[in-house]
Design a protein. Structure first.
Length: 532
């Protein structure tokens, strides 16, 4: 039975048509995936269904949800549909949840907007929902604030809110973006279980074709605001017809890193590295314990080599990278090109930083919105080569932008004028302009489309070959790690639980935690992993 019917849907912002002629249906109990790159119109299509488009957007066409026309419907007609008939899981839970309100109250509010229910009963129902979506102590987490939860837990709260009024349709807009592979698997398993238990229809908006292959019944592929191909998931993946669909399917990062020279010297060495954050309690804020974020980590990186740190959020990966660059206080021993990094005086460390660079996870957050791209890339030169002539600085900046594939014309534009992948290229150019020897790459492909991921991986591989760079590659995306890394170290709770050549770690992991990560990433059973 058809629950949702969309006919010739369009969305325009003034004269600009961003969604055009989109048509599809969704039956009860069915999963339909809408896939495509950022900017293809996927999320705007989903928001159109419930009249949630941003100010200035003009929808057209027809959308019938449970027999009710939503395009042009008054607010009083749409309100019962939002949450009551269709629940929505938004892409970024941290920006969708109220940071000032406890999660129990937020879930209760979603219920009380649709039916009269006492607050005590709503809290009881909220606790049951939290338990249903995977919180062991649902009642105990009612008074938590969003910032006190992990990314996966916040996504579970969003799912609980979407299910609060027993909807017939669940709209999931990029529900696993930037989550660890194991948490992704948990969230997707949870959605599949809820769909089966409740007979839900699921509209899945995503750029991750691995998710689509495993979970969707039918697929619509969107490009530049329109659907270019549609069919069953089996048909789309076995016999894609449109060139864009084929390009998406083939966009997974491929290849392996170039071999490291047998006599390549050790560039960076960490021994017994520790980062402990004190826990303070009481009026006097006395130290009563410590969070052992990094607890005795040891590894080395050779010239021209990529060592990957993998593990779940909170395992200590990023903190390890920051400690190596002395961006956070640490103890132990870190040697870079023979120099003792942790014992080095500040002026000497400042000089060394030109050779040790970092590319942060979120390029939009790490690039100043008030500076032009040229000024952003030149900033390091201003610090490390203040006597450099302006013409030479501009030449170096232009060369760095050209090397990462942006071109000199990007110098005069601002970060908000670029896509996510282009902003990541700017961040890489900012690091490369100083000709470093060692670069920490902190989740450089997180939340990027798969095709853009493949482009960034190819860029990083080329830069490594051309300049003999050493990388510490921090990531939860094990498919990207497989394409980038020579060696892998698996972190859990601040410690390395397994390390070795990348291919051996991926195909024959020995530690139970590593096996669980690989199974979640590659959808393999344990015996398949052993067989390689």
């Amino acid at each position: 039975m058809t629950l949702l019917a969309v006919e010739r849907l369009g969305v325009a912002f003034g004269p600009r048509q961003v969604v055009r002629d989109v048509s599809f249906t969704l039956d009860r109990g069915e999963t339909l995936a809408i896939v495509g790159e950022s900017g293809s119109g996927k999320s705007l299509t989903a928001l159109s269904l419930l009249g949630l488009l941003p100010h200035g957007a003009a929808p057209s066409g027809k959308v019938r949800l449970d027999g009710i026309e939503t395009i042009g419907a008054p607010e009083r007609a749409l309100r019962p549909l939002r949450g009551g008939v269709a629940g929505m899981i938004f892409q970024e839970p941290m920006t969708s949840l109220n940071p000032l309100t406890r999660i129990g109250k937020q879930i209760a509010e979603a219920m009380r907007l649709h039916r009269p229910i006492p607050m005590a009963a709503a809290r009881e129902r909220a606790a049951a929902l939290l338990k249903e979506v995977g919180f062991h102590d649902g009642e105990g987490r009612l008074d938590a604030y969003p910032h006190q939860l992990s990314g996966g837990q916040r996504q579970r709260v969003m799912i609980a809110m979407a299910l609060a009024n027993d909807p017939a349709l669940l709209i999931a807009d990029e529900p696993t973006t930037a989550l660890d592979v194991s948490v992704q698997a948990q969230i997707l398993s949870l959605l599949a279980a809820e769909k089966r238990a409740r007979g839900l229809a699921l509209l899945l908006i995503t750029h991750d074709l691995t998710i689509v292959r495993r979970h969707a019944d039918r697929v619509c592929v969107m490009k530049e605001g329109g659907i270019v191909e549609a069919g069953t998931a089996a048909e789309i993946f076995a016999r894609p017809q449109h060139p864009y669909t084929r390009a998406l399917i083939e966009a997974e990062p491929r290849g392996r890193p170039a071999p490291v020279a047998a006599d390549a010297p050790v560039l960076l060495e960490a021994r017994d590295l520790k980062v402990h954050f004190p826990i303070r309690r009481g009026v006097m804020r006395r130290v009563v314990g410590a969070v052992r974020a990094v607890d005795g980590v040891s590894f080395e990186v050779r010239k021209g080599e990529t060592v990957a740190l993998v593990g779940e959020s909170g395992s200590g990966k990023s903190t390890t990278g920051y400690a190596l660059l002395r961006l956070t206080a640490a103890s132990g021993h870190v040697a870079f090109a023979g120099a003792d990094v942790l014992a080095m005086p500040v002026p000497a460390m400042r000089q060394l930083r030109a050779r040790m660079q970092i590319v942060f996870q979120d390029p939009f957050g790490s690039l100043s919105p008030r500076l032009s791209v040229g000024d952003i890339v030149a900033e390091g030169l201003s610090v490390h080569a203040p006597a450099m002539a302006r013409a030479e600085r501009e030449r170096r900046v232009a060369a760095a932008l050209e090397e990462v594939g942006l071109g000199e014309e990007a110098m005069h534009r601002y970060p908000h004028e670029f896509s996510g992948g282009q902003r990541q290229r700017i961040a890489i150019a900012r690091a490369m302009v100083l000709n470093p020897s060692f670069v920490v790459l902190d989740e450089p492909t997180s939340a990027l489309d798969m095709s853009v991921q493949a482009q960034i991986v190819a860029l990083l591989q080329r830069l490594q070959r051309d300049h003999g760079l050493a990388y510490l590659f921090i990531s939860h995306d094990l498919r990207v790690v497989r394409a980038m890394a020579h060696r892998v170290a698996v972190m859990r709770a601040g410690q390395i639980v397994e390390a070795g050549p990348a291919e051996a770690i991926v195909t024959a992991p020995r530690h139970p935690y590593t096996r669980a990560l690989m199974a979640a990433a590659f959808d393999l059973e344990s015996d398949e992993l052993e067989d390689g």
